[in-house]
Design a protein around this ligand. Structure first.
Ligand SMILES: [Ca+2]
Length: 301
């Protein structure tokens, strides 16, 4: 009701100004973010994603984080990019929402939970994206943060439909914990050699990667053609081997990536995290990461 009254008030003032200042002016359409948001949702149903994104951007520009439709427009944008499998963009949006809503509390509107729980929704979405990318380490980290958040949700932040807040929290935490345990089963130990990769070195030299699996997953069952570094670089044409290079009695699979292909897609840095993902022949996915130094030695005299 307040929103309606506010809109009517604005509309009335606007018309009055138009009449007083410029009697011949052609009235322009008034901004109505809520209507724009609903139109964007319809556009998504019709798979008109570019138009829907443009309308969501308009809504976001016109509102502030306190407004329900600001969050919803953000959320819709994230979902569109997920549908389009543009997970990196989608993840940036979820992270943006987390940054904006972290620890913030706002009044409940129409019984909907805001503040803490919006951060939780964004974290759950972020965890889903990491899962789709095979980044199980980050899935686990995000779900653990979500469980910490559950511990800190005050009862007044609960949706009004929740009769027993403590039971609601326990149910959510149990569900998150189950997802954490599931993600741990898919976690691979990745060791990349050399740990310092020089861009200016022989570009034909390979980057060697050792993949170790546990929880009943066997590296002998890995479908080598499914392996990707950072979601894009496939394994090079050179042969793969199964051994135990670190002598821990857990078999590891050795694969090699083209140095040229890797340095093309990764930014230089001292703490470059490289994600390696893949699947077994039965479709079961795995993923893990290692951190390397990616440097250039160019520029010396
Ligand atoms: Ca081993």
């Amino acid at each position: 009701m307040l929103r309606e009254r506010r809109k009517k008030g604005i509309a009335f003032s606007f018309c009055l100004i138009v009449l007083l200042v410029s009697p011949v002016a052609v009235p322009t359409a008034l901004a109505d973010p809520e209507a724009d948001y609903h139109t964007a949702r319809e556009l998504v149903k019709g798979k008109k994603y570019d138009q829907a994104l443009a309308l969501c951007d308009k809504v976001i520009k016109e509102l502030t984080w306190e407004d329900e439709f600001y969050f919803r427009a953000f959320y819709t944008k994230g979902k569109i990019y997920e549908i389009q499998k543009k997970y990196n963009i989608s993840m940036t949006l979820w992270q943006g929402l987390i940054d904006q809503y972290s620890g913030k509390v706002r009044p409940i509107i129409d019984g909907r939970p805001f503040g803490f729980i919006l951060e939780g929704q964004a974290r759950a979405k972020l965890a889903q994206c990491f899962k789709k990318m095979g980044d199980f380490e980050k899935v686990i980290a995000e779900l653990e943060k979500l469980n910490q958040l559950c511990d800190n949700v005050p009862s007044e932040r609960m949706p009004t439909s929740v009769e027993d807040p403590a039971a609601w929290i326990q149910k959510n935490k149990a569900s998150n914990q189950k997802a954490i345990e599931e993600a741990k089963k898919s976690l691979a130990v990745i060791d990349i050699v050399p740990p310092i990769i020089s861009v200016s070195d022989n570009v034909d030299a390979a980057i060697v990667c050792y993949i170790e699996l546990s929880n009943g997953l066997n590296v002998a069952d890995v479908d080598v053609s499914s392996i990707r570094l950072e979601g894009t670089v496939p394994v090079g044409t050179s042969s793969t081997e199964i051994g135990d290079y670190d002598h821990d009695n857990i078999a590891d699979l050795t694969v090699r990536f083209s140095r040229t292909s890797v340095v093309e897609i990764v930014e230089l840095g001292d703490q470059v995290r490289l994600l390696v993902t893949g699947a077994l022949s039965n479709g079961k996915r795995f993923g893990g990461a290692d951190t390397v130094i990616l440097e250039t030695t160019r520029g010396g005299c």
